[in-house]
Design a protein around this ligand. Structure first.
Ligand code: SAH
Length: 350
């Protein structure tokens, strides 16, 4: 296994069968070594820095029915909310004062926010905070819509591919097209966004072979960001009795992604912090270099319930910010409050 890890570290690639061998055969000692190599790689490009992004969950209305997700259209128990433009701007103001220079607007696929409304929101934020980056995470849209948001000033777009296995994808996304989701990612890249793909770990019926497909897809797409988190069941979904993904598997995959895409911006996710009180620290130790604290108004926090037990639903933005800073410091990393663009976009590498 060490030989495979060294090869991956040097070449930033492995064949599919080698990745599978690694995933199947890795033991505790190898895992320590893998994470060490991932950490060494992130240090080479980003030092000890951890970038912060302020997350604004602006709507939990959704027209889709992703089987694992607590805010799916069919969940009649979900209490729905939408933030107004003014509320979104207030979140940005709070965030700006706390030092954030990236705002991530995430939501369900909510037709209420027409392209015109989104363009207005993006323009207003950019107008008030020209030194900040805007990241969108609104799901699948047409090429034209993505282009309008980009021209209005959006810089980045997060759209996890969720799983790169077509069969598994279509099983857990009834009525949705795997090809369309993948096409969206290529479209976003072509338009010029810094693009984030990613997947969940520990979904029902997910196998090592599926993870190899995820890793291969990421290597081909070469996204600037990769979001990886454990699947966590939600009580109102068909997966309510399923097991959550593990910290171990999630951190192994984070480390592998760091080695496959050495300069990638890799968040240590809230879901990872939900299944383990120091999950996000463990993510940083496996090569992650981004954390996305919550900036949403406290009274809507618990309504953006993608899964059960989500952390930080009761904390004010300032508390989240301080808590994260302490955690980052304690884990031996340093906070970086700059925009934190991908190196390709900040002029550091080609
Ligand atoms: N509508 C947007 C945002 C989705 S929510 C979109 O389609 O991209 C952001 C991410 O949360 C999803 O991409 C998914 O990977 C994750 N997520 C949703 N439900 C989850 C669950 N039960 N456990 C863990 N992660 C979940």
């Amino acid at each position: 296994m060490k030989r495979l890890i060294d090869k991956l570290y040097k070449q930033n690639n492995l064949e599919d069968k080698e990745l599978l061998e690694l995933l199947k055969g890795i033991n505790e000692e190898d895992i320590v070594y893998l994470k060490l190599k991932a950490l060494e790689t992130r240090k080479k490009y980003y030092g000890d820095k951890v970038f912060l992004r302020g997350l604004i969950e602006f709507t939990n209305y959704c027209s889709r029915n992703c089987s694992y997700c607590g805010i799916q259209a069919g969940n009649k128990y979900a209490k729905r909310y939408r933030l107004t433009l003014d509320q979104i701007l207030e979140c940005c103001e709070t965030g700006y004062i706390l030092g954030y220079r990236t705002f991530v607007l995430q939501g369900g696929e909510d037709p209420y926010y027409s392209d015109e409304k989104m363009v207005e929101i993006i323009k207003q934020i950019k107008n008030k905070y020209p030194d900040c980056a805007i990241t969108l995470s609104l799901g699948e849209k047409s090429y034209e819509s993505y282009k309008k948001y980009y021209e209005a000033g959006a810089d980045r777009y997060l759209l996890r591919h969720e799983t790169a296995d077509k069969e598994l994808y279509e099983k857990i996304h009834p009525g949705a097209s795997f090809e369309n989701r993948i096409q969206c990612l290529w479209n976003l890249k072509e338009i010029g966004y810094q693009v984030g793909a990613g997947f969940m770990v520990g979904l029902p019926n997910q196998t090592y072979e599926h993870y190899v497909k995820d890793l291969r897809f990421l290597k081909e797409l070469e996204p600037h960001m990769v979001g990886i988190g454990p699947f966590i069941p939600h009580k109102d979904t068909i997966f309510r009795d399923e097991k959550a993904g593990t910290v171990e598997m999630t951190t192994i995959l984070l480390a592998l992604v760091r080695l496959l895409l050495p300069t990638v911006l890799l968040p240590s996710t809230t879901a990872l912090g939900t299944i383990d009180p120091i999950g996000r620290e463990k993510g940083l130790e496996a090569g992650a270099n981004v954390i996305m604290p919550n900036l949403s108004p406290v009274d809507v926090r618990d309504k953006y319930a993608l899964y059960d037990g989500k952390i930080c639903t009761g904390d004010e933005a300032a508390e989240c910010r301080m808590c994260i800073e302490n955690r980052i410091r304690k884990a031996g990393f340093t906070l970086d409050l700059s925009r934190g663009d991908h190196l390709m976009f900040s002029g550091a590498v080609n």
